[in-house]
Design a protein around this ligand. Structure first.
Ligand code: ADP
Ligand code: MG
Length: 250
């Protein structure tokens, strides 16, 4: 069986009309089923760009992104995305926001609403099906973003700094939710690729941390985090791992 994801010799360049900017330079890595991978690195190093390439939302200038051995397509419901700013539709209620991906899959309204209601329950928002995004706190909005991304039973969930707009307590709760979903064989997703600029968050959540450098964005290190789960953020081993990753960034 091919790896879940293969990123092969991927370059991304933008042309601002005057000069070419190399955003990603020769990126290579693989992801397996069940892996939780964190992408860390300074702002502007191309993490969001790479995540969009993984979901097929954008195309590499050179190289290829394969999902189960075939080029990733944007309409693949098994790879979905959670955005930093939630990206909810303000004119749709929670139920319809969560149903969006199912609508694109051609589900009948009754079926997609039933499925969305289950997901809304799973992310702890039961009772808010008919609320609009403006009526929700940031944490609740991101729960909607998560439910929407889970609605099509994705195998790979991509998350771009999903907690960075949330307060520390909400962040804490949502991290545990994501770990619970990832760890539950009966619930999606199987694999997670999460962008974060928070090293502790990466070490707390991920099996592997890929460290990016900037100008141009490139991989500096690809490190395994072998700490047993659930992880203890106060343990000396946790500090050691975090320190090790910090040193690779700086
Ligand atoms: P990160 O998520 O690591 O902060 P991004 O992937 O958002 O980085 O951006 C990496 C670089 O690519 C930045 O310098 C940004 O200005 C540039 N960039 C991103 N998208 C575009 C675009 N559509 N056109 C031109 N430049 C872009
Ligand atoms: Mg970004």
């Amino acid at each position: 069986m091919p790896p879940l994801v293969e990123v092969k010799n991927v370059w991304k360049e933008y042309d601002d009309g005057q000069k070419k900017i190399v955003v990603l330079k020769d990126i290579n890595f693989e992801m397996q089923r069940n892996e939780f991978v964190a992408l860390v690195g300074p702002s502007g190093c191309g993490k969001s760009t790479l995540l969009r390439l993984l979901c097929g939302l954008d195309r590499p200038t050179q190289g290829e992104v394969l999902y189960q051995g075939a080029p990733i397509r944007v309409d693949n419901p098994k790879v979905t995305m959670v955005f930093q700013n939630f990206a909810l539709m303000p004119w749709l209620d929670v139920l319809d926001n969560v149903s969006l991906g199912l609508e694109a899959q051609g589900y009948a309204k009754k079926d997609r609403h039933a499925k969305a209601a289950d997901l809304i329950d799973i992310v702890g928002l039961a009772g808010f099906e008919n609320a609009y995004p403006r009526e929700l706190s940031g944490g609740m909005k991101q729960r909607v973003g998560l439910a929407r991304a889970l609605a099509t039973d994705p195998i790979l969930l991509c998350m771009d700094e999903p907690f960075s707009a949330l307060d520390p307590l909400t962040t804490e709760t949502l991290r545990e939710e994501v770990l619970r979903l990832w760890g539950d064989p009966d619930l999606p997703p199987e694999a997670v690729c999460m962008v974060t600029h928070n090293v502790e968050e990466a070490v707390y959540m991920a099996d592997r941390v890929i460290v990016f450098g900037t100008r141009p964005g490139r991989i500096l290190a690809d490190e395994r985090i072998k700490l047993p789960r659930p992880r203890d953020r106060k343990s000396p081993e946790f500090y050691e791992e975090s320190d090790r990753i910090y040193k690779l960034i700086t």
